[in-house]
Design a protein around this ligand. Structure first.
Ligand SMILES: Nc1ncnc2c1ncn2[C@@H]1O[C@H](COP(=O)(O)OP(=O)(O)OP(=O)(O)O)[C@@H](O)[C@H]1O
Length: 284
């Protein structure tokens, strides 16, 4: 197995007196997709904010490429090759694809008063990078971003981060609010990034999406790393249950107990048990 690009040891984060993350130790390797899973409020956003330099950890250490590192700002994290891409982040509907790709780092041509934005270069690079992520429908860098589909806009945001040097890409719920086809597109983009040797940290609530692309899984429950395992080591049911913090199972047990109280200690028969289990099935 390759050396970790990013290693966290005993990272904790408190907001004032509220402890949110407790002693998280994790390794992120090149060419792997790490799925960060957990129920609402488990601490996923806080962890990615710490990873991408938006918040400093309260304690614990980071290593990037085997060397100690501290991120005091997203710029610091970016300089270490860590980029957080929020859904459609950094893409602007009323800008051309080329301009949106280079926003804040516009390439220019000409000198002195004749210096101007190099529209042709920007458009060509943007289209090339988007196509390198498998989105071949995008051919014209002068088109407006607003005309792209959700998946294409994600490709633009991811292509941009990769072009500007990201080798750890944090994607926060990239498939949320997308249709099935668009979500499949985004998962394909993730696989392409992985193939380029980039480490992807994928935050998602969707077990199916996580299982489709994940090599490594980390499950947070109430700010603690409750499970850290590799592809194939847990079943879908086990992952789903972990994501619900074991609550689905606890609730089912409570329902069985209630049934027994109502039915003079009788155990529900298999059909009734199945009904109770169906009632507990997560919808995600
Ligand atoms: N700035 C803050 N100050 C105090 N508490 C916070 C702050 N940000 C988050 N929290 C608390 O930290 C806990 C974890 O929140 P976080 O947003 O990291 O969870 P999450 O797993 O990303 O949830 P979701 O999936 O709903 O986005 C929650 O209980 C939340 O209320």
């Amino acid at each position: 197995m390759s050396e970790p690009l990013l290693k966290l040891t005993d990272v904790s984060k408190s907001y004032g007196a509220t402890a949110v993350l407790h002693d998280i130790s994790l390794e992120v390797r090149p060419g792997e997709v790490l799925c960060l899973l957990g129920d609402n409020g488990a601490g996923k956003s806080t962890l990615i904010k710490v990873l991408s330099g938006f918040h400093e950890p309260t304690s614990g250490t980071f290593e990037v490429d085997g060397k100690p590192a501290t991120f005091k700002s997203p710029r610091d994290a970016g300089e270490h090759g860590i980029a957080c891409v929020h859904q459609f982040g950094g893409t602007f509907p009323l800008m051309s694809i080329g301009r949106s790709f280079f926003v804040g780092a516009e390439p220019t041509k000409g000198w002195g008063p004749l210096r101007r934005f190099d529209r042709k270069f920007a458009g060509e690079v943007a289209v090339r990078e988007i196509r390198a992520l498998g989105i071949t429908r995008v051919t014209d860098g002068d088109r407006l971003v607003g005309g792209l589909s959700g998946g294409e806009r994600q490709a633009l945001a991811i292509g941009r981060a990769v072009y500007f040097g990201a080798n750890v890409l944090i994607l926060d719920e990239p498939t949320a609010a997308l249709g099935v086809k668009e979500a499949a597109h985004v998962l394909r983009i993730i696989m392409q990034a992985r193939q380029k040797g980039i480490a992807v940290i994928l935050v998602t609530h969707n077990v199916t999406h996580a299982m489709a692309v994940g090599d490594h899984f980390a499950v947070l429950i109430r700010g603690t790393l409750a499970a850290d395992f590799r592809k194939g080591e847990r079943t879908r049911e086990e992952i789903t249950d972990l994501m619900a913090g074991g609550e689905a199972m606890a609730e089912l047990e409570a329902e069985i107990e209630a049934y027994q109280r109502e039915h003079a200690g009788q155990v529900p028969d298999p059909a009734e048990l199945e009904q109770l289990a169906d009632h507990q099935k997560p919808t995600a």
